[in-house]
Design a protein around this ligand. Structure first.
Ligand code: NAD
Length: 329
């Protein structure tokens, strides 16, 4: 389907970007993928080192904020499609050091849009997040029409980027789509994030920090299902539209942590982990209580649906991290 198309992927050495490159390469070896990544602390080139010798894959170390770097790559390869994953993505870091979030997530996205508009492309896909909508109470779901009400510098920078993306559609007719996805999980995620953090703490039998009362709810999607949704939006998304992506998989943080402990006990009974490892710590500032995505639009209009149920996805993820940490079952 993507034959003879060139895709510029930004942030392809990070969690979702590298999974997306694996996903594309497994689907269609003829696609041409250009990956730009600044290689921040969150990147790991090992994630995609298996493609180093592939003819249809090239990597460039560059920041999306670097005007010349971005322009040169776009001029050289004339991508048909740009998928912008590159971002500072960790909410806790955005609370202690917000500057870089505004720079990368807003100005970097603008730099890409500007270069894309000058050069001309078929589609620009902005990978956004459900966090732009802020928090929900016990009831209800975020739809694409929900008000943007971000709580952290991270989510505010993503919401600002979304506005700039839409302005390029309205002002310059740049063909754009925005996807807003719920929490992803799967292989290749940095160990600062909840699921890999819990796994690594369990393996070291260290205290597992849980914010506040642990009752915050997140809606989880297996990363391959996110990748299939993005491909669907590339091919079929209505220009200028926003698509929510989610799997209706709401779970309280504390229940997720217990699930991971149980899963590890099943796989490695000798670990003999107890819930006593859980330590409640002071709540994150501005901590959103609940996120839940209504993804009716992408399901009905584009025919997308998730395929990996939570237990199966978590099982795969735990297995992957056991290998990553060199633990044999
Ligand atoms: P990540 O932190 O794992 O990866 C981000 C990648 O971007 C890294 O490889 C990093 O080196 C690169 N990067 C950072 N600054 C850059 C810059 N200035 N120029 C070029 N590259 C730069 O993040 P992730 O979890 O893979 O998230 C990818 C995208 O998906 C982000 O835009 C994020 O907002 C969005 N998103 C993530 C989730 C999630 O659960 N992880 C959910 C919804 C949306």
């Amino acid at each position: 389907q993507y034959e003879e198309k060139t895709l510029l992927v930004t942030g392809g050495a990070g969690f979702i970007g590298s999974n997306f490159i694996h996903y594309l390469m497994s689907m269609d070896q003829n696609i041409n993928i250009i990956n730009i990544d600044a290689l921040t602390y969150a990147a790991n080139l090992e994630n995609i080192s298996c493609f180093n010798d592939s003819k249809n894959y090239s990597f460039f170390k560059s920041s999306i904020c670097d005007k010349k770097g971005v322009s040169d790559v776009i001029e050289k390869f004339s991508p048909d499609i740009i998928v912008n994953f590159a971002a500072e993505s960790h909410v806790d870091r955005s609370i202690t050091d917000p500057d870089i979030f505004l720079t990368t997530n807003v100005l970097g996205t603008h730099n890409l849009l500007n270069a894309a508009e000058r050069h001309g492309i078929d589609k620009f896909i902005q990978i956004s997040t459900d966090e732009v909508y802020g928090t929900l109470g016990d009831m209800g779901y975020f739809t694409e029409g929900s008000q943007l009400s971000p709580s952290s510098p991270y989510s505010a920078s993503k919401a600002a980027a979304d506005m700039v993306v839409l302005s390029y559609f309205k002002t310059y007719d740049l063909p754009v789509n925005i996807t807003r996805c719920s929490n992803n999980y799967g292989p290749y995620q940095h160990t600062e994030k909840l699921i890999p953090l819990v796994i690594s703490k369990c393996l070291k039998k260290e205290a597992i920090p849980v914010y506040g009362d642990g009752l915050n709810i997140r809606d989880w999607l297996y990363v391959d299902d996110h990748c299939s949704a993005i491909c669907n939006v590339i091919n079929n998304g209505k220009i200028g539209d926003v698509y929510n992506i989610g799997a209706n998989n709401e779970i309280r943080n504390i229940d997720l942590v217990r699930k991971i402990i149980s899963c590890l006990n099943d796989k490695l009974p000798s670990l003999n982990l107890s819930y006593d490892l859980i330590r409640y710590v002071s709540d994150r500032k501005g901590h959103d209580r609940r996120y839940a995505i209504d993804s009716t639009k992408i399901r009905n209009d584009l025919g997308w649906k998730p395929t990996v149920n939570f237990d199966e996805g978590l099982n795969r993820t735990v297995d992957w991290y056991l290998k990553f940490f060199n633990i044999s079952i």
